[in-house]
Design a protein. Sequence first.
Lengths: 243, 398
Amino acid sequence: MIVLSDVRKAFGPVQALRGVSFEVADGRITGLLGPNGAGKTTALRVVYGVMAPDSGRATVDGVDLAADRLAAQARLGVLAHAQGLYPRLTAREHLRYAGRLRGLSGAALEARIDALVDLLDLSEFADRRTDGFSQGQKLKVALARALVHDPGNVVLDEPTSGLDVAGTRAVRALLGRLRDEGRCVLFSTHVMQEVSVLCDRVVVIARGQVVAEGTPEELRARTGQASLEDAFVAAIGSEEGLA
Amino acid sequence: MRRGIRWDLLGVVFAKEVVDNLRDRRALAMALFFPLFGPAVMALVLTMVSKQARTVEDHPLSLPVVAAERAPNLVAFLVERGVDVATPPADPEAAVRAGDADVVLAIPEEHGARLREGKPAPVRLYLDESRASARPAVERVKRLLEAYSRRLGAQRLLLRGVHPAVGEALAVEQVDLATPQSRAGLLLGVLPYFLVLALFTGGMAVAIDATAGERERQSLEPLLLHPVPRSAVVLGKLLATALYSAVALCETTIGFGLVPVALPLERLGFAIRLDPAVLLRLVTLLLPLLVLVAGVMILVAARARTFKAAQSTLSFLMLVPAMPGMVLAFTPVKLQTWMLLVPAWGEQLLVTRLIRGEDVPLGWQAAAMGSTAAWAAAAAYLAIRAFRSEAFLFGRSG
């Protein structure tokens, strides 16, 4: 469970977040939808503890990030905005590094790595250096790295950007699976179609503020629009930056 | 916030950086090759110096003399002193300018007449002051001509019933205090800098790869979202950098240690103290500096905008500790206590003394090492603080 309450963040004169509050429940997929530059990435960075808010609170399973960043981060699996890999390490070594940084080791870690190699279908390139991997292969490694400690909360920043159809479908299947296992899943996107296919709940964010929140049906009803797309445009007030 | 360092996590970061950079073949080759540069230069210089010394001492001096027949007594004197009087070139000026002859002696036409009149008889030397390799030959010819001049003068005084000693108001006595060690130490003034240089070249690739490189390839954010204290991340990277620097330092030190073994320096009058005990003391002395250099490189590279920017800044930075070394090489300074406390300078002064075979009190060594250790701690602290800033993480300035 992830909670943001009245989170504000400014970069110089630019107000990136102007009091953002929302809750992300366990066993649900929550989509953070908004046009480019709405503050999605900043909000997620506050959640996974690489940015401190100017004011307001973010908690993971009740642990305040400001009070105990490490304990909160330990409860999160994250596909960050930056998804870079080490070109001279193999896919398996990436998972091992992430696992060790989270205090795992030995047979338990190796078993978990094997399970992820199976789950994400990495076996073909698991022992190759990541230099020269395709976009899809890189994303799979980054996803496996995020899940190496079997986290109860999963946060993903634009997990399907740059992927082909097969890759996108695989990621969606994975998110569904994580939800069915009872985890709390929060992901950001600017692709509306993704929201309607995947999300149990939607948080619409624009210009650093939450402008609408609810199930896709609730959003349609509230805005009085027949299609989800029109509902979003009505909520955001503009078509700019959506896809 | 928990206090204390998470050594387990620090070890994870350290091990990853060591292995990752070990696979960067090109950077590794450079890191292993550069430390040998200093010893190679020293071996080359010493070989050339020893060759030159042998040329001067063993070989007869060959001196082309133009119109030798005008001064038969002078020529006889030169031959008697071991000079090989050679056939003069057609154009003495051109020959010296081209470097075909080190020095050419010419006897002008009026030489004989002036000599008979008892007036100073002209002789002309063609030489090039700017050519270092010709200097020993030039000096030797000048000394011989002066000796001949003095001898003639003394004979003239005796003929007039005056004791030659009357013409010599001063008797200059030279007492050369250069010990074999100190003569070598002058030549080896650059050795301390090569040791400091090894600290930079050894770890530079790692320091950049682990900071600016990590950010540039977008792997920094994924690293920092792990539940790891920043101190463990930074110190892991710092110690990995220091390990590569330490390997380079040992390489350079052993290289310098092998030079006196490979070259017959004792015969040249160069007794350099580079035995294992001294080498071990050099490495020990440089340990705090090793950490300081690693910390400064991490700090500077972390603040650079890009990999390339980090590279050029560090390449410049590595010249800074050379400045005292340069000064030492050309104008040896008298050691002052405060100098010991300046990081890199204090170490270089003490290294110079050690290889000159001079006494270095343990108190001095402790002062230099303690001061540098304090600076190293400050650099490490600043590096950790840099990693805590969002500006560093996301590449914004300020």
